[in-house]
Design a protein around this ligand. Sequence first.
Ligand SMILES: [Zn+2]
Length: 293
Amino acid sequence: MEAKRIERYLKNSIAKGRLSSAYLFFAGSSEDKEKAALNFAKAIECEKKDFPCNSCENCLKIESFVHPDVKWLRGEGVVSSLTIDELREIQKEMYFKPYQGKKRVYIFEVERLNEETSNAFLKTLEEPPEYTTLLLIAKSDKEFLPTIVSRCQKIMFSSGKRVLKKEEKEIQERLIAAMNSLSLQNPLGIFAMAEEIINENEIDSSLKLLLSFYRDLLLLKNGADKRFLTNPELTDEELSSSQIMEIIELIINTRAQIHQSANLKLSLEVMLMNILAIKGGYGGTGRRASFRS
Ligand SMILES: [Zn+2]
């Protein structure tokens, strides 16, 4: 589900008094899950009718991570380094009445649980404390024992990124391979590739696939996490960020031209030549192919 829909769904459960004792937030981005967890905790504790109000004492304390009933266990190995004694201590607390809010909320950002901590968790899930809502945040639901997962309400976040279909992936790979074999010294190869794009595929979708390739390349160049890429298996190419940006701009312009029903084949040929010129650094002259040259 999308993060916004999840928040609405959780608010609804609170309004109807149908709160589960344990939730598992998984998949999607950490950012979305953390934000949803924070808003969920506020919605649980908020004093206002229209919750979360983001201005009552409960909401403000949760926002600054100082609410006595909302515990967030996360960060650099906090949970993985949590000893079994510490976990048992926390679990005892879970059975106490809340100090200030309506419930105790425990948010665990967990990488993985070892057998000992899994068993300790399981015990809590089997006898859910009356005043506590437990929230596990994880990358995947596969990281826990099925007995744990089955006792949590599973909330799957959508990744928000579009993954290429198998056929799209194949076309993209063919396009990139064909482009890598081209050279400005061999215009016939360029003409043939333009011809092929026109004959075999929908032109616009080919250009979109090229765009997605260079967009990912740019993200990768700038240190983006591979999880955010449409092509996670992509490896760095010997192009600078500014070269990639020029290529992206070129493809975008060509797409626009094509929509204005310009000469399709010529537009593609010029685009390919310009990409080659950018990749080759224009031979130092800064010249690019254009309609006029
Ligand atoms: Zn509030």
